[in-house]
Design a protein. Structure first.
Length: 151
C-alpha cells in the first residue's frame, strides 16, 4: 500500500545516490580530517590554513545543485554558470571573512581564505560539475533503457 513514508524513502534514496559521489565524499573527508587535526593540536601546516576553505564552496554548491535538481528540474542534473559560482564564493567570503570575524575569534578574515573559496568554486565548475552532469546523464539513459525493456 502506498503511503507518505514511501515518498520520503524514495526521495532520500535518490538524493543520497546523487549526492554522495566520490568527490563530495572526498570534500567531507578533507574537512573532517583538518578539523580533527586542529582539535588534536597537530595541524598540518599548509593544509590547515586553506583546505577547509577550498572544499567548503564545492560542498554547498554540490548540495544545492542536487537539491535544486530534484525540486526544480525533476531529478535531471543542472549546472551553475561560473558567474553564479562566483556570487556564491563572494557571499561566502563576505560572511566568513568580513562579517564573522567581528563576532567570533574562530574566523580570521584572511585574504588567502577568500582566494581559497574562489579557487574551490573554480575547481567545482571545471571538474566536479561536469563529472556530476555526465554521471547523471548516464543514469537517466540507463533508467530509460531499463524502462523500454520492462514495458
Amino acid at each position: 500500500m502506498w503511503c507518505y513514508s514511501n515518498v520520503n524513502r524514495r526521495l532520500l534514496r535518490s538524493l543520497s545516490r546523487e549526492l554522495f559521489d566520490g568527490l563530495f565524499i572526498f570534500y567531507w573527508f578533507c574537512w573532517f580530517f583538518i578539523r580533527f587535526t586542529r582539535t588534536n593540536h597537530s595541524p598540518i601546516p599548509f593544509l590547515n590554513g586553506w583546505l577547509t576553505d577550498f572544499v567548503f564552496v564545492p560542498i554547498i554548491i554540490h548540495f544545492s545543485s542536487i537539491v535544486g535538481s530534484y525540486v526544480f528540474n525533476n531529478g535531471r542534473a543542472h549546472g551553475y554558470p561560473l558567474y553564479q559560482i562566483w556570487i556564491i564564493s563572494f557571499f561566502t567570503s563576505l560572511l566568513f571573512e568580513w562579517i564573522m570575524p567581528q563576532y567570533t575569534t574562530y574566523n580570521t578574515g584572511d585574504i588567502a581564505d577568500v582566494a581559497a573559496y574562489f579557487a574551490g568554486g573554480l575547481f567545482y565548475f571545471c571538474f566536479h560539475q561536469s563529472f556530476y552532469i555526465k554521471k547523471n546523464h548516464q543514469l537517466i539513459q540507463d533508467r530509460n533503457n531499463n524502462q523500454k525493456f520492462t514495458l
